[in-house]
Design a protein around this ligand. Structure first.
Ligand code: SAM
Length: 397
């Protein structure tokens, strides 16, 4: 996005504000982006460096400390009156001055509120940080992703700015001093696989989802034509579906959806999932032949972006033999990077998969090529206003 003046952005903000008041789709995201643009247009270079170099890293570090000391929980319990740094020090066992300085910075960065002199209270955000899924997001982004970003400049210099492409040899391995690929490292370093899976259930919370009205026409494309004749038909298999949050959401938003829903993931993820009568949770390695035959849809969400093209083709080839021609659909829910004006959720996810797995988000042509190599053809690509992920629907070629 080219840089605009504050005056121009303020005008755009007004228009976006009206759209927001009318509940128009994408208006919230547009306001947010304009807000960031306004800050950039007003900020001095000295302030930009201070914010990026000290204020943001300190916020991330102190949120991580607050999680460890359960400070967000103590703030929530203290209600509107708030709690003093002295009382927080007693509850946590940490030094009072240290606590006061942590809370002052978190207040200045709008994470917590101040309810008096050296007294602090919860905000909507700090209350959200007491939920396991967001709490684990803080832990995961700080402990797992953080060191990989921090070490990236040195790492790239050491390999003379070549493009890392190996799952076993990239910024993540350099930062964590391992030769294990990202998922194997998570698995061997408990509780990080659980923490990661919890966070995956939260990182898109509240954002546009493929099952929302106006995105993918679930009834038209899946329910119509569904074969439930033997009473045992499978509607959708969520391959590498984490803890089943997508299946929960699908059933919540489409309660009359017929057929069985099946979740598949690695044993350590599945072991703690119950399915709560909504879906069946099963262990399956997606590099091996898909065990569920003739499902209406095989769905992969943010799975393929963790793998290189050859691995993506291997994963998709495991589905082909069990799909019923003219009936089964392949649904790939992934970011499609636009030719220009990609938004920060898109580019930052590209950076995340880069530092964790030496991978990258893909443009539409790359997806088409992968699908073609695996024996599929794209039937339609569904996108949503200001949403960062698209739904690629494909069928056997
Ligand atoms: C980025 S997460 C996406 C999770 C979920 N689909 C979502 O979008 O929230 C990738 C998932 O793939 C799973 N996974 C990684 N390797 C796997 C394998 N070989 N077989 C099955 N699942 C695997 C991980 O455990 C994780 O849940």
């Amino acid at each position: 996005m080219s840089s605009s003046t504050p005056e121009v952005i303020l005008e755009q903000l007004q228009a976006a504000g009206s759209a927001f008041a009318e509940n128009k789709p994408g208006a919230r995201e547009q306001l947010l982006n304009l807000g960031y643009s306004l800050v950039s247009s007003l900020q001095l270079p000295s302030e930009a460096i201070q914010r990026m170099g000290w204020a943001e890293p300190a916020r991330a570090a102190h949120c991580r400390i607050a999680v460890e000391l359960k400070i967000f929980e103590h703030l929530k319990e203290s209600g509107e009156r708030g709690i003093s740094a002295k009382d927080l020090a007693t509850k946590t066992g940490a030094d009072e001055v240290l606590i006061a300085r942590t809370l002052k910075h978190l207040a200045a960065m709008n994470v917590v509120a101040e309810s008096g002199i050296d007294k602090y209270a919860a905000t909507r955000l700090s209350d959200a940080f007491t939920e396991p899924r967001y709490r684990d997001g803080i832990v995961y982004t700080h402990d797992v992703a953080g060191p990989s970003f921090h070490g990236l400049p040195e790492y790239l210099k050491s390999i003379k700015y070549a493009l890392p492409t190996k799952l076993t040899d990239g910024p993540f391995q350099a930062a964590h001093k391992t030769q294990l690929p990202f998922f194997a490292w998570l698995d061997q370093n408990p509780p990080y696989l659980q923490i990661f899976s919890n966070y995956m259930g939260a990182y898109r919370a509240g954002k546009p989802s493929w099952v929302d009205p106006g995105f993918y026409p679930v009834s038209e494309r899946l329910t119509t034509g569904f074969d439930g004749s033997d009473g045992n038909g499978v509607m959708l298999v969520d391959v590498g579906g984490g803890r089943g949050h997508d299946l929960q959401e699908l059933k919540e938003k489409h309660p009359s959806l017929p057929g069985r829903l099946i979740l598949q993931d690695q044993a350590d993820v599945i072991s703690t999932v119950s399915g709560e009568g909504v879906f069946e949770a099963t262990t399956h390695d997606f590099f091996t032949l898909q065990p569920v035959k003739n499902a209406r849809a095989y769905y992969l969400h943010s799975v393929l972006h963790d793998w290189g093209d050859d691995d993506c083709v291997r994963i998709l080839e495991q589905l082909r033999p069990v799909m019923k021609p003219g009936y089964s659909k392949l649904l790939i829910n992934e970011i499609i990077v636009p030719g220009r004006d990609a938004t920060w959720p898109v580019t930052s996810m590209d950076q995340l998969v880069f530092v964790l797995g030496a991978m990258g988000e893909r443009m539409e042509l790359s997806w088409e090529n992968i699908l073609k190599r695996a024996g599929f053809k794209v039937t339609h690509v569904y996108s949503y206003e200001m949403g960062s992920e698209s739904l690629i629907e494909a069928e056997l070629a």
